[in-house]
Design a binder for this molecule. Sequence first.
Ligand SMILES: Nc1ncnc2c1ncn2[C@@H]1O[C@H](COP(=O)(O)OP(=O)(O)OP(=O)(O)O)[C@@H](O)[C@H]1O
Ligand SMILES: [Mg+2]
Length: 274
Amino acid sequence: MEKTKTPILLHKTKQLSEGRHMENLVLHLDNIQKSFGGLRALADVNLHVEEGKTHAIIGPNGAGKSTLLNVCVGRLKPDSGKVTFDGEELTGKKPHEIAQIGVARVFQTPEIFPELSLLDNVMLPALSKRDGSFRFNPHLAMRNQNEIRDEAEHILGDVGLKEQMGMVAGSLSRGDKRRLELSMCLILHPRLLLLDEPTAGMARHDTNATIDLLKKIKERGMTKIIIEHDMHVVFSLADKVSVLARGKIIASGLPEEVREDPLVKEAYLGTAQE
Ligand SMILES: Nc1ncnc2c1ncn2[C@@H]1O[C@H](COP(=O)(O)OP(=O)(O)OP(=O)(O)O)[C@@H](O)[C@H]1O
Ligand SMILES: [Mg+2]
């Protein structure tokens, strides 16, 4: 199929990469390849993300989306290719070094401290960064415990979890755990936020609240990559959409362009969402 028909939007992807010096592109993924044994999870991924924008990556199960984020945050080493953020190469760096550059992520499976309170969960990432190791934003390292507590409470209010802040995190629903993990990222004021299915497991009401929250934090100018299966979330938030299928970006463009592309409909939207 791919050999006989050229995806319309692949052409646009090419235009985007050709025009990269014209735009304010801050994150570059160049020729990323990653195999697990005989399985080629990422065949050859090229992606360029504009500063302050929300770039959605959609694609069927097993397409390689989470693998791609794991490469960005240093959890997985690519077999070849490189990732650059704001002129600094991330490939080869350890996860904590990448965090210090200002990259935060919400994983597909929430990673929280289940035995601690919600408030402690949100304060902990900020407290652990007070040692001055945060190169990208030194004032983060200067905050005292009271300031951190105030901000943690404020963020928990923003995500709709303030009333539960004294509860242990392990008792939360799956959707609330995702909002807690997002709070743990926001307190670090990241420059790049990577979200792997941030609304998975949420009821529609909570999904809409998360969309509102992500729209609100967009005003802070943070660059975001969001992986989502829920097209309502994608089309509410994304400035650009790329489609990953079998380890390759098959289309990239404005959300309405991607939505209308027949090949994308065939490869993903038509089967998974309608
Ligand atoms: N650590 C690993 N070891 C072996 N195979 C893996 C590993 N991680 C991912 N894979 C495989 O790589 C492929 C891509 O997986 P990945 O989790 O990136 O897909 P995905 O697009 O995030 O899917 P989903 O939408 O279901 O989350 C899948 O076939 C998966 O089974
Ligand atoms: Mg995944």
